[in-house]
Design a binder for this molecule. Structure first.
Ligand code: FES
Length: 122
């Protein structure tokens, strides 16, 4: 099922793309996650958009965070209340670089970056 991107959230300088495609946000793949609650929590803290699959399904749930003119940070495995809370705490702080230690293990090294093709920005 394809979901159209939709604008959510508040007017901070931090932007977040919340993947909700074929895997991310689905009860089929992550039945214990409050997917809607995650969107509400994130969109209360940043300019958030729900987007279709961003091509990193192996890492679902994926969110992409960009603060100011900094690099986009791709995070995967945002699948439990503790990690969602850590993400929200980072957003409250303005998503400074680098992400906090608790989120470091969730940073995705995308295939295009690994081969030097460069990263897209949010
Ligand atoms: S559905 Fe999120 S990366 Fe594919």
């Amino acid at each position: 099922m394809t979901k159209a991107p939709s604008a959510l959230g508040s007017g901070t300088g931090t932007r977040v793309l919340i993947c909700r495609g074929c895997c991310c946000g689905t009860e089929r793949k992550h039945p214990a996650v409050d997917h809607d609650g995650q969107i509400v929590a994130i969109s209360a803290l940043a300019r958030a958009r729900v987007v279709d699959c961003v091509g990193e399904c192996a890492h679902s749930n994926v969110v992409i965070v960009r603060s100011g003119n900094g690099p986009s940070v791709w995070l995967g495995g945002i699948n439990n209340p503790a990690i969602t809370s850590a993400l929200c705490d980072w957003l409250v702080a303005g998503a400074p670089q680098p992400p906090p230690q608790v989120l470091q293990s969730r940073v995705i090294v995308r295939r295009s970056e690994a081969v030097g093709a460069g990263a897209e920005h949010v």
